[in-house]
Design a protein around this ligand. Sequence first.
Ligand SMILES: C[S@@+](CC[C@H](N)C(=O)[O-])C[C@H]1O[C@@H](n2cnc3c(N)ncnc32)[C@H](O)[C@@H]1O
Length: 274
Amino acid sequence: MADDIVGVDPSKPSIARVYDYLLGGQDHYEADRKIGSYFTHDLPGSVTIAHTNRQALIRAIGDIADDGIGQFIDIGSGLPTADNVHQVAQRHNPDARVIYVDNDPIVLAHGRALLETDERTAVVQADLRNPEQILQSPAVQRLIDFSEPIGLIFSAILHHLNDDEHPGDLVRWWVDRLPSSSQIYISHFRSGNNAETRVAEQKLQETFGRGRWRTDTEILALFGDGLEILSPGLAYCSQWRPPSPAEGVTAIGVEYRDPSVWEQLISCALARKP
Ligand SMILES: C[S@@+](CC[C@H](N)C(=O)[O-])C[C@H]1O[C@@H](n2cnc3c(N)ncnc32)[C@H](O)[C@@H]1O
């Protein structure tokens, strides 16, 4: 990978690059592989989380687009991977417009090349803790029409914020600006109830110096009041609106069985603004 991307420090692991490593991508450095291989070797089940999270996101984007929503803001989007949000959305609605937001400069560098494949997709480098900067970015101003329903995506991102960064207030900031019938998707790490998963949580917190896994009650509270949580409510990502058996199992072979302890560590829900 090129070492000259402005703002990228290859000596420190980044959330985006470690996640890319776990998903089998190519955009990572030695420091990312070191932490990534800790998970793949010492806690191999934990890699399931990345895949089931991604599969649930793909299903959510398809369903949101099928509900007639043609514009998306994906906050904490990550590096380009297989089946990116704009590709999924445009499969369901060829005119769909997508804004990717991430604070990691590598997402901008790689994302611009790979994600901005048409004038309906753009990448904004910004911190989600500064929503006004995202809103005022030229890309959002150009592509997003706040008089039409929007799909707002927080996939595997809010658990990277500490409580004193008030992730629920950030969600509310956006929800207050969304028109009626907009949909809000959140996936989030769940607090573990066993030693193995507590180790994984601690390792992530030590590595990135931040973040908190939350209980189901805390995750649902991130949506705030006044939203309609759509069926099936908050569920493990692996079980949230699973594809019908006729459509086959997902790419990683998630089948209909009791979820493993790792699958129970990430949940998601989709809500609608009345
Ligand atoms: C675990 S990845 C999730 C990627 C994608 N949303 C998914 O679910 O597959 C989290 C992403 O959030 C980004 N991120 C972390 N903190 C952020 C912040 N404060 N503002 C914007 N993006 C952030 C990271 O750079 C990383 O790309």
